[in-house]
Design a binder for this molecule. Sequence first.
Ligand code: HEC
Ligand code: HEC
Ligand code: HEC
Ligand code: HEC
Ligand code: HEC
Ligand code: HEC
Ligand code: HEC
Length: 399
Amino acid sequence: MKGIKRILVTLAAIAIVIIILSRCMNAADALPKDIRGEAYAGAATCVKCHQEIKQSFAHNAHGLTSKPVYDQELLKIFAPDSNVFNFDAHQKVVIEKRAGGIFQVAYVDGKEVRAEKFDMVFGSGEKAYTYAYWKGKKLYELPLSYFSAIRNWAISPGFTNQTFYYDRPIGSRCLECHASYVDKKVTQTSGITTDEEMERGALLYGIDCERCHGPGRQHAVFHLENPKEKTAKFITIYKTLSRKQKMDACGVCHSGNTLVAQKSVFGFTPGDNLDDYYAQDFVGFGGGNPDVHGNQTNMLMGSNCYRKSENMTCQSCHNTHENIKGNLKIYSERCISCHQSIKHSEVTLAKGSLSTNCIDCHMPKEPSKLITFQQAGKDHSSPYLLRSHHIAIYPDIKK
Ligand code: HEC
Ligand code: HEC
Ligand code: HEC
Ligand code: HEC
Ligand code: HEC
Ligand code: HEC
Ligand code: HEC
């Protein structure tokens, strides 16, 4: 009897183990694969449980910052009367819808000399859209970009206004800040020159959940199996990070383009030390003279709000999941949370409604030194304006 009982108990134990194991396998197996590897789950899995974030994130600039070009969307922004860019009396680029898609077509004296298709778009359109086309495993920038401020086409930033240019390669560096992943192969051609090839089919567009939260497959599997567990497991908790770690998590893409990447930042996860990825340029550090473009980190770190407070981070004003673009009143409330009593002079106070817009005076829009854009028929280039994150008392607003 005893023997049979023991066998039964053993069998039951084995059965339980098998059931548990198979449940694990099922939960893990049921998840779709992610091109970044075993540790990742993909945004579609994350939003199954995080529905509220799915809603807000659908309209967030991060998620929308790169994608393939969908003709219907592109057609919305180019009107038939604003689809020509004249470089001079002889040369022009025309946006044309043809059978195979939409193209930027270059003409010299009325004769077509080059046509490349809109394949991919950079930018959520807040300020601009820049477009690219694929040639084999390489990506190139199209000559015209769309600028929201003028609601029209202009020459892509940094391009000459003398003639159209189709051969500026877009490397994986752009994608490191504007996408979630791309599979690439770097080969050494001669000496120190290298050649980079990117896999169009292995590109994750937009900045997704795991780009900011780190790989989350283990987290997803754990919570699928333990639906009653309300405490997050196997995912970095932002609140527990140090100030530097929090700044680095945003700084990975918001510290400017002048930093030299030592290794791909696709692998950066919150909690990592950014110095391990970039060789810092100390010239621009701490407010030396950083450009407003894409360099909010160093601009902010140079201002007294940051230096004299102990806990200011990007999150003091930004919750990356919400979309409050343009709502300067809400932003101002975040200033007031630290500045309950302010000593403004009579002159300043006389300007009225101070409390609802601290931003325009203390974080004025400034032109980027690196980016300007050239409109058709204009001999000067137009500035590309960004909020200065160097919060300060600006002399010209004192008057
Ligand atoms: C099976 C459900 C489930 C899936 C799938 C899931 N999560 Fe979660 N997640 C939870 C639960 C439960 C919590 C804890 C309660 C809460 O904070 O909402 C949590 C919490 C979190 C937190 C908060 C941590 C903190 O600061 O407290 C983050 C960040 C997070 N998840 C990210 C992700 C990401 C990224 C993915 C996709 C890779 C993902 N989750 C997939 C269930 C899930
Ligand atoms: C993987 C790169 C990357 C990371 C990491 C990142 N950002 Fe961004 N962020 C971008 C890019 C690119 C844009 C421009 C998006 C566009 O409009 O196309 C952007 C835009 C923004 C904007 C302006 C759009 C808006 O929603 O108002 C804010 C604010 C912002 N980021 C804050 C943050 C903060 C705070 C963090 C850290 C928690 C962060 N970002 C992390 C790349 C990144
Ligand atoms: C641009 C970076 C960024 C992206 C992209 C991003 N998050 Fe977050 N997320 C954050 C930061 C930063 C926090 C911490 C906010 C805080 O503590 O103030 C956070 C907090 C959270 C939390 C904790 C609860 C909350 O709302 O504060 C959850 C859950 C979460 N994220 C899930 C997701 C999911 C799911 C996605 C994809 C749909 C996603 N995140 C995309 C930066 C990001
Ligand atoms: C170091 C990170 C980084 C790199 C590299 C980078 N960008 Fe950006 N980019 C940003 C950030 C951050 C913004 C948000 C606005 C700002 O701060 O200028 C932005 C803004 C933009 C915008 C305007 C988006 C909008 O919705 O208004 C476009 C278009 C753009 N970048 C294209 C590119 C292209 C093309 C490349 C490569 C040639 C590139 N970027 C390289 C970080 C980067
Ligand atoms: C996390 C808290 C915090 C937040 C949020 C904050 N500040 Fe400050 N700010 C400070 C501290 C601390 C100082 C330094 C005060 C001192 O020198 O006594 C400061 C200084 C200033 C100064 C004086 C600058 C100078 O160079 O002398 C101005 C102006 C200012 N803040 C405006 C703002 C505005 C506008 C906002 C919102 C966009 C804001 N602050 C958000 C903490 C904060
Ligand atoms: C003291 C408040 C405050 C802090 C801290 C702060 N920002 Fe901002 N940020 C703003 C305001 C205000 C705007 C303008 C919003 C608008 O016009 O809708 C802005 C705009 C932006 C934009 C859009 C670019 C533009 O010029 O319109 C980006 C990108 C951004 N912030 C990133 C960051 C990052 C990254 C950090 C941390 C290094 C950070 N911010 C810290 C207040 C802040
Ligand atoms: C019309 C432009 C303007 C607006 C709007 C404005 N400020 Fe100021 N602020 C100034 C000027 C100019 C000074 C220098 C002192 C003076 O001349 O009033 C100053 C000084 C300050 C100082 C440093 C003086 C002190 O108290 O330590 C802080 C902090 C500050 N402002 C915060 C804010 C905040 C927060 C808001 C929004 C609630 C705001 N300001 C709105 C123009 C402005």
